[in-house]
Design a protein around this ligand. Structure first.
Ligand code: NAP
Length: 298
């Protein structure tokens, strides 16, 4: 089913749910199994995939690229998102983790992503985290060069405050397409700190990571009241599972977030897809908010 739509006024067209590949190495899929998984989520309508240079200690993009080498026709059915701007100790020579948004690093990292993913362009490149040493002019130069060479079609940021977003935007000749941020009942910070308001104001859709709290929602005893409320709402709206209600909660936000799924299990991806048509009333939304935070609205 094609439900792709633009995520920003001059932005790329993405599917309403995105498959995230941060945990790909944990899934231990052989290349042919990964091809099958990609084909299955494409068949549902999930065409957009989320990567970063550092995922899986710099190994996930190459593993995905191996699958694209096996089945080259998949590339043009997909929108590939990647990120740069973090250096981890998984790379020899890095004695500590740090951020890095120098022009040369951004260009080299994007080129490495292209090579690993076995493609000649990225649909979207994000700066992964705000860098206290970020020089916005330098990032703009890197983005403009990558755009001019055709290596990256669109640009955005991740985990940026509205001020950091506006700063970078002020230096660019094109509009940033998204801010990828954590959105879940477990972490509601961006619903009230101006981040999602800025997205709504600019009519750009945020990408939402860790909607299920990275799986903590299911495991941690402190979330029992939240789970109880999610089950109650699931029954009311005819949802099959707790995570469907969480996705409906995220999708209910007026900035129209695009949830990034973190699972490698196709049945969980299929269940998430059904959440696209689940209605959630204002009161149900606030009941979940309250159960997660432990207190009522003031
Ligand atoms: P998530 O959906 O919150 O968590 C996924 C985890 O939850 C997986 O380990 C999954 O295990 C588990 N899970 C899902 N359904 C479950 C269930 N019913 N019962 C028990 N466990 C369940 O998402 P995430 O992986 O943390 O993040 C999603 C994507 O967002 C990442 O892949 C990445 O692309 C992106 N991301 C971006 C940033 C950023 O800073 N920009 C940060 C983090 C993540 P199974 O695999 O077994 O289903």
């Amino acid at each position: 089913m094609n439900l792709r739509s633009p995520i920003a006024p001059q932005g790329p067209e993405f599917s309403p749910l995105i498959c995230g590949y941060w945990r790909l190495m944990e899934w231990a899929m052989r290349p042919q199994e990964l091809v099958t998984f990609i084909e299955q989520h494409l068949a549902l309508g999930i065409t957009t995939v989320d990567h970063a240079d550092i995922y899986g200690d710099y190994q996930c993009e190459a593993a995905f690229g191996d699958a694209l080498r096996l089945a080259p026709s998949l590339r043009h059915q997909l929108e590939l998102v990647s990120k740069c701007g973090i250096a981890t100790t998984a790379k020899p020579g890095h004695s500590l983790g740090h951020y890095i948004t120098d022009k040369s690093h951004i260009i080299a990292s994007a080129e490495q992503s292209l090579q690993h993913l076995n493609t000649d362009y990225l649909d979207l490149l994000l700066i992964h985290r705000p860098d206290p040493l970020m020089d916005a002019d330098e990032v703009a130069e890197a983005f403009t060069a990558l755009h001019g060479s055709g290596k990256v079609r669109h640009f955005g940021v991740s985990n940026f405050t509205p001020a950091q977003f506006s700063l970078l935007q002020s230096r660019l000749p094109f509009t940033l397409a998204t801010n990828q941020v954590e959105i879940s009942p477990l972490n509601q910070t961006v619903t009230l700190d101006g981040t999602l308001d800025q997205c709504q104001q600019l009519r750009i859709r945020p990408m939402a990571w860790s909607c299920l709290g990275g799986g903590r929602l299911f495991r941690e005893p402190r979330y029992q009241p939240l789970r109880d409320e999610l089950y109650a709402v699931a029954e009311e709206i005819g949802a099959q599972s707790l995570e469907q209600v969480v996705y409906a909660w995220v999708l209910r936000l007026p900035s129209r977030p695009l949830p990034i799924l973190g699972t490698g299990k196709i049945e969980r991806v299929r269940a998430a897809w059904e959440a696209l048509s689940l209605p959630l009333s204002r009161q149900q939304w606030f009941r979940i908010r309250k159960a997660a935070l432990g207190y009522d609205v003031p």
